[in-house]
Design a protein around this ligand. Sequence first.
Ligand code: FES
Length: 134
Amino acid sequence: MVLESLVRIVKVQLPAYLKRLPLPESVSGFLRLTVSEWLRLLPFLGVLALLGYLAVRPFLPKKNQQKDSLINLKIQKENPKVVNEINIEDLCLTKAYCRCWRSKTFPVCDGSHNKHNELTGDNVGPLILKKKEV
Ligand code: FES
């Protein structure tokens, strides 16, 4: 039943529709079309434009896609915002703080940025805080 309907559309209705279209014989004939003729042509021209776009689309330049658009892939994902506080008195204990969001000891750098840089070609590294010696 469905196939019969499809065959009828392709073999009978589509040719009849195309035959009724007010397609001019020359390019200048488009200038002489009336508004109602243009309106009858509009769906046909829309389909042609869509098919043309779909045919050309694979060859169009693509936007640069980021390898991963999320910065934080796994740290405290249950929180809407990850905020860390570090007491200034503790700065002498730990000096390197993670900025790549890949550290298993976040916010402290564990060197995971090296693997991330190797895999992605990125160049991130830790924030190193130094206490000024007086
Ligand atoms: Fe993230 Fe080192 S592990 S900056």
